[in-house]
Design a protein around this ligand. Structure first.
Ligand code: ADP
Ligand code: NA
Length: 332
């Protein structure tokens, strides 16, 4: 009943990193090249749920767009746009704020993580953000959403909202979207702490490989990455209870487009003193062309602005009729 359509987004909150690339961008490109309709968004309205300096947000939004293109997103094949330029997202989000239940929202673990101890001082937007995310997806009737593992719970909420809307209004209007969480690196961990995910907001720059890092920085961060004193095992089971070791092997596998099994068959028995330089070389080989292309694109931001403006027009052409029909269904 629903034509396959892929939607996903990334926050332009600076520090685009290897986790975003392996967990999201790399998959976005693969799905684009499988010939499915793909819609990708810089979700600036999500970014401002925590304070963003306006000039920095403007810059980071363009840099993120450059990151999409440099990673292989073709603005002719994919719709590439900025969330705030398509008002249908927030218009649908209001309907969903009235569909979602307080209890559902209060279970969201990312809110608890991001709000920290002082949740009373978090913005209302940070609390409501998963309902806006549901609107981002469903305003396109998207059937598939490629994301990292950290977004799994939000995708379940999106499905719950679609089901409740369909049930309450007695119409099969929104698709029950499938998360696509695939590959060896759906959860890239911090290079400094195997218990924390690699994140834009980690205060330690050494905890992540930024997509804009130069070759020397990449090599240095990998050399200093936390590991344990043991050699690599020859099977994945040998990585149990070794989160830092597992993380570096997962990163290698994802960058090399190999399975973890294949990497360990090849590198089992190696010490990290040997494996880290191999990983650094591979990371530099895969990431430097992207970072070089990003800085080239950032030299003329008018090209980026025009890509985003065109993308917003194409996005609205899909979203506007779906929004109009939603309001009609709800009696407006
Ligand atoms: P961040 O969490 O770094 O602020 P976003 O929330 O904008 O990034 O997430 C953008 C995409 O990147 C999402 O699909 C998310 O699941 C994915 N992602 C973020 N961090 C990681 C990670 N450490 N490993 C794998 N995927 C990740
Ligand atoms: Na995230």
């Amino acid at each position: 009943q629903f034509t396959p359509r892929v939607f996903s987004g990334i926050q332009p909150s600076g520090n685009l990193h290897l986790g975003n690339y392996l967990g999201a961008l790399k998959r976005f490109v693969e799905m684009q090249n499988e010939g499915i309709e793909t819609v990708y968004c810089m979700v600036d309205l999500h970014a401002i749920t925590v304070w963003q300096d306006p000039e920095e947000l403007r810059r980071a939004t363009r840099e993120l767009c450059a990151g999409f293109i440099a990673s292989g997103i073709d603005p002719k094949k994919s719709i590439l746009f900025n969330q705030s330029q398509v008002p249908e997202h927030t218009q649908l989000a209001w309907i969903f704020n009235c569909v979602a239940r307080m209890g559902w929202m209060q279970r969201m673990t990312q809110f608890k993580d991001k709000a920290g101890k002082n949740a009373q001082n978090a913005s209302l937007g940070l609390f409501a953000y998963p309902a806006l995310m549901a609107a981002d997806i469903l305003v396109y009737h998207a059937t598939h959403v490629p994301v990292g593992e950290d977004q799994k719970q939000h995708l379940e909420l999106t499905r719950d909202i679609a089901m409740k809307f369909n049930h309450d209004y007695g119409i099969d209007f929104f698709p029950i979207t499938e998360p696509v969480i695939e590959g060896a690196a759906t959860r890239v961990m911090s290079l400094r702490d195997g218990a924390k995910k690699m994140s834009k907001s980690d205060a330690s720059d050494a905890s992540r490989l930024n997509m804009t890092d130069d070759a020397d920085t990449i090599a240095r961060k990998i050399r200093k990455a936390k590991t344990d004193p043991d050699a690599l095992p020859s099977e994945p089971k040998g990585l149990d209870d070794r989160p830092e070791a597992r993380n570096l092997v997962n990163i290698y596998a994802a960058l090399a487009d190999q399975s973890v099994e294949a990497v360990l068959r090849e590198s089992g028995g190696r010490q990290f003193s040997e494996f880290k330089p191999m990983l650094a070389e591979l990371a530099v080989e895969k990431l430097s062309p992207i970072s070089a292309e990003m800085s080239r694109l950032m030299q003329d931001t008018s090209e980026i602005d025009s890509i985003l403006a065109q993308g917003a027009g194409r996005a609205r052409a899909i979203a506007a009729p779906i929004l109009r029909r939603t309001y009609e269904i709800a009696g407006m």
